[in-house]
Design a binder for this molecule. Structure first.
Ligand SMILES: Nc1ncnc2c1ncn2[C@@H]1O[C@H](COP(=O)(O)OP(=O)(O)OP(=O)(O)O)[C@@H](O)[C@H]1O
Length: 515
């Protein structure tokens, strides 16, 4: 690729996706936050800065900018243009300006993160949909313009639960009960090996996998004396996440505990608790991907039993006071409650809370995301299937390079001071030794009902394209990257800035996935 190829070599599929969507471009908030270049050099050896959202340090300005160099990646290594599915579906996708305006109007009415309080019309529509889930499926096959609940991009499941808990009950308590449609109730975990389907895993098998004979005592296994500087850092629909420094020698990394209640009869955060079989794919996927650069690094998985320890309850309350929790108070769990605890390496802040120092840094973060997915797909036919920016964590690093191994080839990418990690494999699938682990999403109506961001249209597009068949979902090797307009626009905007700066500097630089 050389200079004489002209401007069009900078065009990639991302640009083309945005061209017909001026409304979505206008929605872009990050674009405004992207710094105009004052050329912070993010080469690690020169930098004494950090990204916002990780560990704040003072920013140094430098007059130089280092040049991305892709020679070592080899441009023919991947054959990965955008999947025909995206192309096909996006061409027929219609924008709804009304939807955008509705979002804008509704936003100030809510304090809850992620939730845009819908209009009465939308609530009625949602209630109707919830009661007639089959009709929703039909409707979504005919058109992409379903308006269920209007949500902000990112973690949609919890927002939907809050919506159910608050809005519907205000309008019509009986409707709420009727429309209750728990994901766990409906979504099956499937481990598919050739023609044998085995959908159940026994408690004993699960304990064996955790190297345990029976569940450990929660309070003893995670007593506060084993953990330093513990605090709650996040929450999901299925669990609480705490960060701590292990009180043992030789442990360099801060760890996080993802604590997920299972097998109990009480609903938590508006969801039925998962059972061992339902959580199994997530555990297998996390363990298997743990050794691949860019995926969450797991230390241990264990099963514990008992009341929520008091020190965690206190930290939960502190988080609730400071940030407001959307989850139920953990005091609700009794003596017999079981929990699965994932011990993971701390991997930073999610992308929605990070402002990149400059376009170059975001570019390299995207490179890491792409390579991580490429390796996961190549090694295990991995599909994330819910890759919004809340599921990409970013941490500052002093390493100059990040190394990937794709098909026995070493790929070295400049870090520019950031290390990315892809998390949350609740909807993912993986194939290990010809056994495919995944959740059957075809029954998960809620996943396909939300609107308010392009992210939610993607779920419907994928389902339409795959004819809602769990089997096809298990066989196709597609990595669905949910690039929301905001993420997409940010990348394009940052790339354009980079392009203006970089063009004169290098004849070799190009956007690698445009091939
Ligand atoms: N390894 C990690 N390092 C740092 N933070 C993490 C890590 N894993 C999870 N988190 C934080 O905890 C939050 C919840 O984690 P996660 O998305 O895995 O939970 P979940 O219950 O599966 O979520 P969902 O509601 O999408 O199903 C994340 O958004 C992130 O902020």
């Amino acid at each position: 690729m050389d200079k004489s190829s002209g401007d069009e070599i900078w065009e990639d599929s991302f640009d083309k996706l945005l061209d017909p969507r001026p409304q979505q471009s206008n929605l872009n908030i990050i674009k405004k936050n992207v710094r105009l270049s004052y050329n912070i050099d993010t080469s690690v050896e020169n930098s004494s800065h950090s990204i916002k959202g990780c560990s704040p340090k003072s920013c140094n300005r430098s007059v130089s900018i280092s040049t991305p160099n892709y020679n070592h990646l080899g441009k023919d290594l991947f054959n990965c243009g955008l999947s025909p599915i995206n192309r096909l579906q996006l061409d027929g996708f219609e924008d709804t300006t009304e939807k955008c305006n509705a979002d804008k109007d509704a936003e100030p009415n809510t304090k809850k993160r992620g939730l845009i309080v819908p209009s009465k019309n939308q609530i009625d529509t949602f209630s109707k949909f919830s009661n007639q889930t089959n009709k929703v499926a039909c409707a979504s096959n005919q058109s992409n313009k379903i308006v269920g609940v209007v949500l902000k991009p990112g973690k949609w499941r919890k927002s939907l639960n809050i919506f159910r808990q608050t809005q519907i009950s205000v309008l019509n308590e009986s409707k709420k009960l009727e429309s209750r449609n728990s994901v766990c109730q409906d979504r099956k975990s499937i481990f598919l090996n050739g023609l044998n389907k085995q959908n159940v895993i026994s408690q004993q098998d699960f304990y064996k996998y955790c190297n345990q004979g029976k569940p450990l005592k929660f309070n003893a296994a995670y007593s506060q004396y084993k953990m330093l500087k513990t605090h709650k850092i996040g929450e999901g629909a299925y669990g609480e996440v705490f960060r701590y420094t292990p009180n043992r020698k030789g442990c360099k990394n801060d760890l996080v505990l993802k604590i997920i209640p299972i097998e109990g009869s009480i609903e938590v955060n508006g969801e039925k608790q998962k059972n061992f079989s339902q959580i199994w794919p997530e555990i297998i996927i996390t363990k298997k991907l743990s050794s691949i650069q860019g995926f969450a690094n797991i230390e241990k998985v264990s099963t514990v039993k008992g009341k929520y320890p008091q020190h965690f309850v206190k930290l939960w309350k502190r988080y609730d006071d400071e940030k407001g929790s959307e989850n139920d108070h953990p005091g609700l769990f009794g003596e017999n409650q079981l929990f699965v605890v994932l011990e993971l390496h701390f991997a930073g802040s999610d992308m929605s809370n990070v402002i990149f120092l400059n376009s170059e840094q975001s570019f390299y973060a995207l490179q890491q995301i792409i390579l991580t997915l490429a390796v996961g797909e190549e090694d295990y036919q991995f599909e994330h299937r819910d890759l919004h920016w809340g599921n990409i964590l970013i941490k500052s690093t002093t390493k100059k390079h990040i190394c990937f191994k794709f098909n026995n080839t070493d790929l070295i990418v400049d870090s520019k001071g950031v290390n990315i990690t892809i998390i949350d494999y609740t909807l993912s699938r993986i194939t290990i030794d010809e056994c495919c682990y995944f959740n059957d999403l075809s029954n998960d109506e809620e996943l396909f009902q939300a609107s308010g961001d392009y992210q939610f249209d993607i779920y419907r597009m994928m389902r339409n394209e795959l004819k809602n068949s769990p089997l096809v979902l298990s066989k196709l090797t597609l990595n669905v990257v949910v690039w929301t307009p905001k993420t997409l626009n940010a990348v394009v905007a940052q790339k354009q800035q980079l392009r203006q700066k970089m063009w004169k500097k290098s004849e070799k630089w190009y956007w690698p996935i445009a091939n």
